[in-house]
Design a protein around this ligand. Structure first.
Ligand code: SF4
Ligand code: SF4
Length: 384
């Protein structure tokens, strides 16, 4: 395993991190059951292979992930790894923030968290909740002094962005007062909107972790469109996606949610590959991804001029899912994401079926996209 300095936090981390959001499970009586024994064995195997950064969160795996990870770290393993978990910032109350931390500590059965995240925050959350008087920001600093939190971190999820996608991440970093020590953000070969934020975070000395390096499963199964990006060069699209991340020295950790030993060993093999992607290979991938983005742009460039929609639809977000289907043939992923609209905090908008056909968006679209017609088509294609 290769290790790097995690920003200026003073610790060295493995370039591959283990995300514990997709632990081994099976279906029983129509319900998902998390297999504790297999999960613990997988975590131990990851440690044996040199992974030293393990990420979980209170709601992962039907709230079982923290408990299982805690059990896996018994027997002297806890001190050998860096443990990352998250606090869902529901409000600006410092007391509530501390209560949620206590719950995580109990579930993990540990006395401290190495990297404790303000979870999935937007710029608005950061200003109004995290930085509320005597709120999470103030309490996190106090808990760090007490040694309960070793490093203060944040993960960013913000679809309501500024001029360009990713701008709000830059704003949070500028307001971080040297308190935030590491950043966790979605980033992969198909979704590079947060790249300027990653670069700035790295320059500021924050550790940088990317989640979804293989597209949260999007790139896990090779699709012809993806493999055609560099024919014959990679075993799988997942390998190409991971090597793309490892070729970027602004990113310290690629965090991958792994469910099987095969997946784990394959990812470790890629992480251990000492021949990084050559500059030429990286350039070819970027050129081809850009060409595919251009194709996607023929449908919708994501400029957001059509927003806001009076019916509460996030038109560009919905079209970007449609593009995963149209441009990259990553249809299963697009359908899963579409099904989550309105059900998770970072998809707090309506799906295409809410369109009242008022036509306001079409008047503002510089691409002259027949938004109403395409929304109907999208719903027909992606709603399961
Ligand atoms: S036509 Fe539909 S999508 Fe466009 S602004 Fe009106 S309600 Fe929103
Ligand atoms: S204005 Fe048109 S191109 Fe821009 S995001 Fe809306 S639909 Fe897409």
């Amino acid at each position: 395993m290769r290790y790097v300095d995690f920003g200026k936090t003073g610790v060295k981390v493995s370039r591959l991190g283990m995300g514990c959001m997709r632990l081994p499970n099976y279906e029983k009586d129509g319900k998902t059951v998390y297999d504790e024994e297999k999960s613990i064995a997988l975590i131990h195997r990851a440690m044996d292979l040199g992974i030293n950064y393990f990420d979980t969160a209170p709601f992962y795996c039907d709230k079982q992930s923290e408990i299982i990870l805690g059990k896996a770290l018994k027997g002297g393993r806890r001190e050998k790894i860096f443990l990352s978990t998250k606090n869902p910032i529901e409000n600006g109350s410092g007391d509530d923030y501390e209560k949620r931390l206590e719950t995580s500590l109990k579930k993990l059965d540990t006395s401290y968290i190495d990297f404790y995240h303000f979870w999935g925050i937007s710029l608005q959350d950061f200003v109004e909740k995290v930085k509320a008087p005597d709120g999470p920001f103030v309490r996190a600093k106090k808990l760090k002094e007490q040694g309960i939190i070793k490093h203060i971190s944040f993960s960013f999820h913000d679809s309501d962005v500024g001029e360009k996608e990713g701008d709000n991440l830059l704003e949070i970093l500028k307001m971080s007062e040297g308190v935030l020590e590491s950043l966790l953000v979605q980033y992969n070969i198909l979704d590079r909107a947060k790249e300027p934020g990653i670069v700035l975070a790295h320059e500021m000395g924050l550790g940088t972790v990317v989640m979804g390096p293989v597209g949260g499963g999007r790139l896990g199964t090779p699709t012809k469109a993806i493999l055609d990006l560099l024919p014959g060069k990679f075993v799988s699209s997942a390998e190409m996606a991971l090597r793309f991340i490892f070729a970027n020295d602004k990113i310290n950790i690629a965090l991958s949610g792994m469910s099987t030993t095969e997946q784990l060993e394959e990812n470790v093999r890629v992480a251990d590959n000492v021949t990084p992607l050559s500059a030429e290979e990286r350039r070819r991938i970027e050129t081809m991804v850009k060409e595919n983005e251009r194709l996607a742009g023929l449908y919708c460039t994501g400029c957001k001029y059509c927003m806001p929609c009076p019916a509460g639809i996030d038109i560009p977000e919905i079209f970007s899912l449609m593009n995963y289907h149209r441009v990259y043939q990553i249809t299963d992923y697009a359908k899963k994401e579409y099904a989550m609209i309105g059900k998770v905090s970072w998809k707090n908008y309506k799906d295409a079926s809410a369109c009242t056909e008022c036509g306001e968006c079409e008047k503002k679209c510089p691409q002259s996209i027949p938004v109403r017609k395409q929304l109907k088509e999208t719903h027909k294609t992606l709603a399961v």
